[in-house]
Design a protein around this ligand. Structure first.
Ligand SMILES: Cc1ncc(COP(=O)(O)O)c(C=O)c1O
Length: 313
């Protein structure tokens, strides 16, 4: 989906015009992938627009910065205020919010620390991410997810997405909606931009962080909602073949939200329809996001924007 520009982008403490948010081609990030970022959704709720789990996203941005020894001069609260300021100034909701921090222009060697850190926040309308309205048809990627102690999977760094791009392109070229990559030991890791859940014999399973997955905020939300419903949730390594014989499968992510999976490697999951547990969890998740169900975990940050209609896919 092409980017739809909004009016302003926040840069190092100030709102600037969308078209002014430019960087030099000799910036460190362009050459060495030295960026960290977040992806956040602002929903239209019955009470107005609201950002989903803003503090958790900003904390993860600071965690990514810490892993990469990037000094960001902002606290979680300051970053949250900056996001709210940007969304309110642009007056667009629902929308997708993209905070990014990277090493800028100064020196062009691998050693990064003498380059300035630049922080930007943009937001724009965005629709459905993983296509497949009746459930996604996915494959197992021939690409392996980041191995431990190579690129840290817990950091949401731009460089990790070179691996994600290979996974996603391979899926598209071969006619699938998305792919799941295995980790270096052959266990299920995650999609190119989503965590994965399996329903098996009434239990909910998802790969632990030790299988090279991003510590997804939607993943954490689904675990919380599932436990609230009384479901057993197990974070355990998942062998590939368990996907084929699962009762239900679904992706989670800020972009993917809760996306049911219809088939894996052309093997249809159960009867090919979103199963009851997937539907129940999705209803609860979207219910909170839409302000139709109580926000009992304080996941929503209200913003003063006249919320428009949801953007279409
Ligand atoms: C590789 C990867 N895994 C998982 C996720 C899901 O994370 P979250 O739910 O925090 O958006 C994302 C999306 O950001 C991702 O890029």
């Amino acid at each position: 989906m092409p980017l739809e520009p909004t009016k302003y982008i926040w840069h190092n403490g100030k709102l600037i015009a969308w078209d002014q948010a430019k960087i030099h081609v000799m910036s460190h990030v362009i050459h060495y992938g030295s960026s960290i970022f977040e992806g956040i959704r602002c929903y239209k709720t019955e009470q107005g627009a609201a950002i989903f789990r803003l503090q958790d996203h900003m904390q993860r941005l600071l965690d990514s910065a810490k892993i990469y020894r990037m000094d960001l001069d902002y606290s979680v609260d300051q970053l949250c205020r900056a996001v709210v300021e940007t969304v309110e100034a642009n007056g667009v909701a629902p929308c997708y919010i993209r905070p990014i921090a990277f090493r800028g222009y100064g020196e062009l060697g691998v050693h990064p620390q003498r380059n300035p850190m630049e922080v930007y926040i943009g937001n724009f309308p965005w629709g459905k991410y993983v296509s497949g309205d009746h459930g996604a048809d996915i494959c197992i990627s021939s690409w392996t997810r980041l191995a431990p102690n190579t690129l840290p999977a817990m950091a949401k760094a731009g460089a990790n997405y070179m691996n994600s791009q290979l996974i996603r392109m391979e899926a598209t070229v071969n006619g699938y909606d998305e792919a799941v990559a295995l980790d270096v030991s052959g266990y299920v890791s995650e999609g190119s931009g989503e965590n994965l859940f399996v329903v098996s014999k009434g239990q909910l399973l998802t790969s632990p962080l030790s299988n090279s997955v991003l510590n997804g905020i939607t993943r954490a939300s689904i675990i919380t909602l599932a436990r609230e419903m009384g479901l057993t949730v197990l974070e355990q390594s998942i062998p590939r073949e368990m996907l084929y014989i699962a009762d239900e499968l679904f992706f989670t992510g800020t972009a993917a939200e809760v996306t049911p999976i219809r088939s894996v490697d052309r093997i249809v999951i159960k009867d090919g329809h979103a199963g009851p547990i997937t539907q129940k969890l999705a209803a609860e998740y979207f219910g909170i996001a839409a302000g139709k169900r109580p926000d009992r975990f304080n996941w929503l940050t209200p913003v003063k924007v006249t919320a428009g209609e949801p953007v279409s896919a």
